[in-house]
Design a protein around this ligand. Structure first.
Ligand code: KG4
Ligand code: ZN
Length: 338
């Protein structure tokens, strides 16, 4: 178990991904993103599973090639068991079970949400792994959670969204503004040139550590409908200020929740993950909080933030060292607790 090569496989949503890890170092990290969903303005589950089935063998093949290892050198196969879209999970799960059987190596089931958090333990030059205990904020198109992390596999969800994920709030607002899917990065781009105080959007009220985003989307819709009735050119003329104001509201809301979490737990070490961690607003706000509140913050490399298999591989390695292997009859789970 000292020198191990673990293949990680991720297929929970719309990215087919495979990665090889060797003693905490990522040797390859391959992602096939499914462009097909763009035309539908969101992920279509049925199309996602079919695309996974097409992509999985080429993606794994490429991951082995880029890692420059032979499949017979693999020590174990780690795969995303859930949570996610059932059809998508089934492809990765079935493939991984077969491959492990064929190679006669252990199989390791991984919780996707734990993986987003443990991605911080991938060895990365110039970056330090978080110290336990820390607060993890996972923000993406599918998740919005605050987790208290006491040890590698000792995690407690202390807050989460009661409706939409924060990435959905970005993407659905972007859609209302006529921007293509996924709109989050475009909102970010326009926001950087706009005035964040120009328009006001109210922050939804829920429990101190929970989130709600469905009201924000409706507020944006009504606001745009009203303004474009008076001036059909409103969006085009004000896109930068609209995006800046919207992003300011969302980032401020995320920061409010983090402040509440720090207050409640007394933990000042914060690690963020998920696709929305790419957002310039949240990155700047976190950096500012280091000086302002004495927090220590961690933001992983972008390729480890969005859905990827490197994070599955690192969890696979951690579990491999504990010999925490899957049973032969392990099944995919759309919903999954820690
Ligand atoms: O983690 P991810 O790749 O997939 C999952 O949803 O699990 O996250 C994708 C989400 C999308 O909603 C996308 O709009 C959002 O992350 N996103 C951003 C930015 N980059 C990606 N949202 C705001 N600002 C960004 N720069
Ligand atoms: Zn994810």
């Amino acid at each position: 178990t000292n020198n191990c090569y673990i293949l990680g496989i991720e297929s929970s949503c719309d990215d087919t991904a495979a990665a090889v890890i060797n003693n905490g170092v990522i040797l390859s990290n391959v992602v096939a993103t499914q462009a097909i969903h763009e035309a539908y303005g969101g992920v279509v589950p049925e199309l996602a599973s079919r695309a996974h089935q097409q992509n999985i063998v080429p993606v794994v093949h490429q991951a082995l090639q880029e890692a420059n290892i032979d499949k017979n050198q693999l020590s174990a196969i780690a795969f995303t068991q859930g949570p996610g879209l059932m059809g998508s999970l089934l492809v990765g799960t079935s493939f991984s079970k077969s491959l492990a059987l064929g190679l006669d190596v252990p199989l390791i089931n991984v919780n996707h949400m734990q993986a987003h958090i443990l991605a911080h333990f991938i060895k990365t030059e110039g970056q330090q792994a978080p110290n336990f205990p820390f607060i993890a904020l996972t923000i993406s198109g599918g998740h919005t959670q605050i987790v208290k992390v006491s040890d590698f596999f000792e995690m407690e969800i202390i807050g989460e969204t009661i409706d939409d994920a924060v990435g959905e709030a970005f993407d659905k607002s972007a859609k209302i503004l006529g921007l293509p899917y996924p709109g989050g990065p475009l909102i970010d781009k326009y926001a950087q040139k706009g005035n964040p105080k120009r328009f006001k959007f109210t922050k939804p009220k829920v429990k101190p550590l929970d989130f709600s985003f469905s009201g924000l989307k409706t507020a944006v819709l009504y606001f745009i409908e009203k303004e474009t009735k008076e001036n059909p050119g409103f969006i085009k003329e004000n896109i930068e200020d609209i995006c800046a104001s919207l992003q300011y509201t969302i980032v401020d809301y995320l920061m409010d929740k983090l402040k509440n979490a720090v207050k409640q737990t007394g933990i000042k070490e914060i690690a963020i993950g998920g696709g929305v961690s790419a957002n310039s607003g949240i990155r700047n706000a976190l950096k500012a909080a280091e000086k302002k509140y004495g927090w220590k913050t961690h933001i992983p490399k972008f390729e480890y933030c969005t859905d990827n298999a490197a994070m599955i591989a690192i969890v696979g390695e951690l579990k491999y060292k504990k010999e925490a292997f899957s049973a032969n009859n392990v099944v995919a789970k759309a919903r999954m607790k820690f």
